[in-house]
Design a protein around this ligand. Structure first.
Ligand SMILES: [Ca+2]
Ligand SMILES: [Ca+2]
Length: 330
């Protein structure tokens, strides 16, 4: 195949192919992007690894990365780091390195097709360093409004479990048969079982399910690539007397939320990453082959390594024929 013949391919001749697009799907690659604990060793800290291990154990993800969003870790992911993830789950139990930068980065990520799950205390804390600020608060990303009432911690505590289901048969609740929190008592009274103090949702948002106390358990903001959860993702395996009971289905609920917002895997040959394989992928393919740096600049949401049509691990002219085969549906 020579280049001039190659670049004459057009959607006119390939209409059926252009309309189909779907390729072999892979399991989502997701990440924990959390200020879960002030540690420099997030990959061995149970406040990160408990959630990672439970998500991986569901068998529904190709990988669950850990990104430490505190000042003891790298802080805020770069666009290139976000590009590797189909969805992320964000929460806080300590301060974000930069809650404004994090809010801006997450808004950019969602706008570019990524999915975000937000959980306690990032959506309830009255401490601004633990909230998502910046552009996150200005768009359609938020379901549970920040509770700014003076003198509260932004959450309530105590015994609780899955209560009213307001949207029956919603995919977020597939396989969630029980969800119960642990709780405890100390000299200050009842603790644990954390849930949002704020019971309203923003205009255009909907509640999917409530705690049996009436507080919000699952809510959807207007943006379809965001889910908010009204509990802390870490389980009773880490804090036995305060967090969701690991014998119940919190892991399924977390996995459902990530799967629900995850972007669909790109079809093979979709080298401009618009979700479809069309003749508009020819130019990006040629660019990737001839100038990798220019491709990375022109298509920041794409993965150069994915432009390997014959799958031999390197990008060479031997990828031309397999790419043409993808385009014409051979
Ligand atoms: Ca495309
Ligand atoms: Ca190759």
């Amino acid at each position: 195949m020579n280049w001039s013949a190659f670049i004459r391919f057009g959607c006119t001749a390939l209409a059926a192919l252009c309309a189909s697009g779907a390729g072999a799907g892979n399991l989502p690659h997701v990440a924990i992007v959390a200020a879960a604990s002030n540690t420099a060793n997030a990959n061995t800290n149970t406040r990160f690894t408990d959630v990672r291990d439970k998500l991986m154990a569901t068998g529904r993800f190709s990988a669950v990365d850990i990104f430490n969003a505190t000042r003891f870790g790298p802080g805020t992911p770069t666009p290139a780091e976000f590009a590797a993830w189909d969805a992320v789950i964000v929460w806080s139990n300590d301060s974000f390195d930069d809650s404004v930068a994090m809010g801006n980065a997450l808004a950019d990520y969602v706008d570019g097709g990524g999915g975000v799950v937000v959980a306690l205390f990032a959506n309830t804390s009255s401490n601004t360093a633990r909230q998502l600020l910046g552009r996150w608060q200005d768009g359609d990303y938020v379901a549970i409004p920040r509770n700014l009432a003076v003198g509260t911690l932004g959450y309530v505590q105590g015994a609780g479990e899955l209560g009213a289901i307001l949207i029956p048969d919603h995919p977020l609740l597939d396989g969630v048969n029980s969800f119960i929190t642990r709780w405890g008592v100390n000299s200050s009274g009842i603790f644990g079982g954390y849930r949002p103090l704020e019971m309203s949702v923003t205009p255009g948002s909907v509640k999917v399910a409530l705690w049996d106390t009436g507080h919000t358990l699952i809510a959807l903001p207007p943006n379809p690539r965001v889910v908010e959860l009204g509990f802390h993702p870490v389980s009773s395996d880490v804090v036995a007397s305060a967090y969701w009971d690991a014998a119940t289905d919190g892991d399924v609920l977390l996995a459902n939320a990530l799967t629900y917002v995850a972007r669909s895997p790109l079809p093979r040959g979709d080298y401009n990453c618009d979700g479809q394989l069309t003749n508009f992928d020819i130019d990006p393919f040629v660019l990737a082959l001839t100038d990798a740096a220019a491709y990375a600049t022109a298509y920041p949401g794409c993965d150069l390594a994915a432009v390997d049509a014959d799958g031999d691990g390197v990008l060479t002219n031997f990828d031309i024929d397999p790419f043409v085969s993808l385009l014409i549906g051979e």
